[in-house]
Design a protein around this ligand. Sequence first.
Ligand SMILES: [Zn+2]
Length: 335
Amino acid sequence: MDAVDVHSHFFPDEFVRLIRSHGAPAGASVDRRDGVEWLTLPGHPPVPLTPQFTTVASRRARLQELGIAAQALSLSPPMVHWAPAELGVQLARAFNDGILEIQASFPDQFVGLATLPLQDIDAALREMDRAVDLGMRGIYVATAVGGRYLDAPQFAPLWEAAASRSTPVFIHPQNHIGREVMDRWHLFNTVGFPVETAVLATRLIFSGTLDRHPSLRIVLAHGGGVLPVLAGRLDHAYRQRAEVRDAIAAPPSTYIKRFYFDTVTHHDLALRLLLDLVGPQQIVLGTDTPYDMADPEPLARIRRLGLAPPAAAALLGESARKLLHWEVTHATREG
Ligand SMILES: [Zn+2]
């Protein structure tokens, strides 16, 4: 079985070193408490830098436990958008270069999704070109940067570049709206993240971004958040409201089916709904490794869907490999 995980998080040494040496003025730090190093970035709870987050050997062992052959590595919220632009550029390069080294060492097991300093769009486009030219397989963006969702005109060149380069875009939520009411009980993550993803996805639909770039390939984290369950409501609004019809040429659900969705739903029925809504070709395996919110049984959940073998193969790995331009090599087949 060739399972490919598109949703995981990793902190290369270079990135952590740069936070340690240059993060403090911007409110970022790495400090040791109770025998564990903690990474603290503005606007996000501290993350324990366990070997799962920082060492390839530990990650490879975990993949073996999970039965997953290969994985795309990404940064995490809050990305590098909290930093002054110059530091953001340095951090993005440090992350991307660190991941490229891993990709070069284990080309059958890991590929990287590039982080971009989107607080400076010109620098972000330069870093995208550099990282993709060096072999990174996609870009990895938050839902909003500096309070602006990525459908804002200032980000138009990003979508243009991704479409023209055939570079997939992975959207990971970063809680922006309603922060003031999601400050307890991990709500920023459990409620904020799924809403945030749906906000950007619908804004990309209604802003015409998907119409302008029919070849864009976008993956939504966490099964698209609450987007799938909103499909009927959005279509109803399309039938009832002139301003919705004026914005786009077809019902919103038509556009929803163009997104890819990962499997990180934590609920068999939620994944079943997604499957019925968009079909197995638009769903790709995700784990969210190694956060505590990762799916502890990603493959078992897929097996319980009872898919026919071709659909299961697409969902487990084939669609992800096509998205990432990642051929199956002999070594991977044997492994
Ligand atoms: Zn994640």
